[in-house]
Design a protein around this ligand. Structure first.
Ligand code: PLP
Length: 378
């Protein structure tokens, strides 16, 4: 196993113990009988779907959610047998794949449910209800249309869901909005059930829904970012400080490919964007923006760790390579490891720090980590 990343140019190390820890922490928040159906879309938030689902299955998780049908098909082809819920849109021309691979499709609104019904063969469905996010789901106000969806021919409806879009905040207005969404969801479900709709299961919580509204009655929690041991942003609301116990699963590392000295006045990289003010030592790293290292980290914005020392990125991040200033680091040689996300010596660069430097959230940094990276579960 070690050999895998000894050869790699850039790689991800996955911490199996951290993943198992996070699963246990989140499970404790579930109501009696509730289950995690982790979001493993976007290659399990960049971690590597096959690695992550293998450990999750070993930890007793059977069911998953993804964003699109291709992700679901790939998981089936990798031998995942449990339920796979597609949260996003599947083109009606691909309904055959839903049927063939026994996948569950979210009915994203009324007319989409009609399309599904027209397919002519039974399809497994979770009905989406829009309670205020206004992205997917039939608006909760449209009770007549919602009722009709439950009785459509060929739709095998197994659950209803909604999505909370402000549950990551403790601003009073956001808490009020979230409580409105929650009330609207349960009220809609009650009304539909009274009108004869059979709704076997319910779910409404993603990571923050579970962390901050863990008291809700639901059958599934669609946890994404939290199961990978992160919040979306460092200071996001976390009612019970659960994140103190969550541990990041992923570290990102790259090989030092070349070390050189440059003289004051010499420039570095594309566009000669960096010019040395003094003689200095620099290193090229074999990772670039095509691997998911944001180009926004160019020009000293981002740093990496080499042998426990911080080395600022100089010049522009390239597609496949990045140049760093190692003047402040002890002896660095080609073949050494640069830590982009993770610990080195006594220092650590977290996905929070990268996200903040790049002006985005951890979800984006992680989910964009490329397929070219070698992944290894430790
Ligand atoms: C991506 C997604 C999730 C998981 O979200 P996290 O905030 O990462 O936990 C849950 N539900 C839906 C509908 C999603 O699109």
């Amino acid at each position: 196993m070690k050999a895998v990343f000894e050869k790699a140019r850039a790689w991800i190390e996955l911490d199996e113990k951290a993943l198992r820890n996070n699963i246990e922490i989140l499970r404790k928040l579930l109501p009696e009988g509730g289950r995690l159906i982790p979001a493993v879309k976007a290659n399990a938030y960049g971690h590597g779907n096959a690695f992550i689902t293998r450990v999750m299955q070993d930890a007793g998780i059977t069911d998953f959610c993804v964003a699109c049908v291709d992700e679901a098909v790939e998981m089936r082809e990798n031998g995942i047998k449990g339920d796979i819920l597609i949260l996003g849109y599947t083109n009606p021309a691909q309904f055959d794949l839903l049927y063939k691979y026994n996948l569950i499709q979210t009915a994203v609104d009324f007319s989409y449910a009609e399309e599904m019904s027209k397919y002519g063969k039974p399809l497994r469905v979770h009905i989406g209800i829009d309670t205020g996010m206004h992205r997917l789901g039939e608006p909760a106000e449209n009770i007549d249309r919602l009722r009709e969806m439950f009785f459509m021919e060929n739709l095998h409806t197994e659950a209803a869901l909604t999505h909370l879009c402000a549950s990551d905040s403790d601003a009073p207005s956001d808490i009020e909005f979230t409580n409105m969404q929650i009330d609207k969801f349960y009220h809609t479900i009650d009304t539909l059930r009274k009108e004869g709709c059979e709704i076997p299961k319910l779910h409404l919580q993603a990571s923050y829904g579970l962390l901050n509204y863990s008291e809700l009655a639901a059958d599934f929690a669609r946890v994404g970012i939290a199961v990978y041991g992160m919040k979306t942003a460092r200071n996001d609301y976390d009612k019970f400080n659960t994140d103190a116990e969550l541990r990041p699963v992923l570290s990102l590392k790259a090989r030092v490919s070349s070390v050189r000295e440059i003289k004051a006045g010499e420039s570095v990289g594309y566009g000669l964007a960096f010019t040395a003010e003094r003689d200095m030592k620099i290193a090229a790293l074999s990772i670039g923006y095509a691997d998911g290292l944001p180009r926004a980290l160019s020009g000293g914005v981002g740093k990496v760790l080499i042998n426990g020392e911080r080395a600022p990125i100089i010049g522009r991040v390239c597609m496949d390579q990045t140049i760093v200033d190692i003047s402040g680091a002890a002896e660095v040689c080609a073949g050494d490891t640069a830590v982009i996300i993770g610990k080195s010596g006594n220092d650590e660069i977290s996905a929070y720090e990268i996200a903040e430097d790049a002006g985005t959230i951890t979800n984006e940094i992680l989910s964009r980590l490329g397929t070219r990276l070698t992944r290894v579960m430790l």
